[in-house]
Design a protein around this ligand. Structure first.
Ligand SMILES: Nc1ncnc2c1ncn2[C@@H]1O[C@H](COP(=O)(O)OP(=O)(O)OP(=O)(O)O)[C@@H](O)[C@H]1O
Ligand SMILES: Nc1ccn([C@@H]2O[C@H](COP(=O)(O)O)[C@@H](O)[C@H]2O)c(=O)n1
Length: 220
């Protein structure tokens, strides 16, 4: 039986996670936050003191890590039996994630873990290569973006709301650097699939973005 997949790719802070979770809830579909898998690997690598230049050691950590994942209303992540949910959203975690995510064998090891989320009645998957590499045959694809300044401001407010100390200038530099790494890597770079709907959410509310995405699914 055909399982429908809606992919939402784009740069950091574009709103992918927020709108994917809401769209999945409205559709009654599963949700995959693929960035959290790379973030969990980043935490595992950091906790084990692995050198970020040692690609083979990082791949071994990716193969061995035990990940328990709940992408429901609130994300909950257990890594090797330990709750690491609070460390997942930190920009420092995202920065290491984008370094380990550039290693081709890491992406190979994590590919099937992501594809396993494709289950009935359907899946909303957010990330950087959902529509291009992980689910190239997805029924619906969106590339969600926003201006760099808007994305930095959103991330700043998000961290502040979580009670995490944040500096707007630092966040701006960090996400620009992360996006550059994600766009320029050789394997599965951040790129829009040729058959994706392009959405710039800079001047859109969260609800209007969700509505536009749901219209894409409903008109099928
Ligand atoms: N259209 C919007 N207007 C205003 N704020 C938004 C909009 N979309 C998302 N946000 C807010 O921006 C913040 C970042 O959103 P979110 O975490 O969903 O981005 P993301 O694209 O998943 O980022 P990342 O890839 O780095 O995880 C959240 O606080 C969210 O509420
Ligand atoms: N499909 C994906 C998803 C994420 N990444 C990398 O992980 C970093 C963190 O992702 P967030 O969505 O949680 O911000 C991101 O910067 C990417 O480097 C990826 O490569 N592929």
């Amino acid at each position: 039986m055909m399982i429908p997949v809606l992919t939402i790719d784009g740069p950091s802070g574009a709103g992918k996670g927020t709108v994917s979770r809401l769209a999945a809830k409205k559709l009654g579909w599963h949700y995959l936050d693929s960035g959290s898998i790379y973030r969990a690997l980043a935490l595992a690598v950091s906790k084990q003191g692995v050198n970020l230049a040692d690609a083979a050691a990082i791949v071994r950590v990716a193969e061995a890590m035990l990940l328990e994942f709940d992408c429901g209303e609130e994300l909950a992540v257990r890594l090797d039996g330990v709750d690491v949910t609070a460390e997942i959203p930190l920009e420092s975690t995202g920065s290491v994630a984008s370094t380990v995510a550039a290693i081709p064998d890491v992406r190979r090891v994590l590919l099937q873990k992501q594809r396993d989320f494709k289950q009935l009645p359907g899946l909303v998957a957010d990330g950087r290569d959902m529509g291009t590499v992980v689910f190239p045959d997805a029924s619906f694809k969106v590339f969600l973006t926003a201006s760099a300044s808007e994305r930095a401001l959103r991330r700043y407010k998000q961290l502040k709301e979580k009670g995490i100390d944040a500096n707007l200038e630092q966040i701006t530099n960090e996400i620009e650097e992360r996006d550059r790494r994600d766009r320029e890597r050789a394997t599965a770079p951040l790129a829009m699939a040729s058959d994706a709907l392009y959405l710039d959410s800079s001047d859109m509310t969260i609800d209007s973005v969700v509505e536009e995405i749901l219209n894409l699914v409903r008109k099928d």
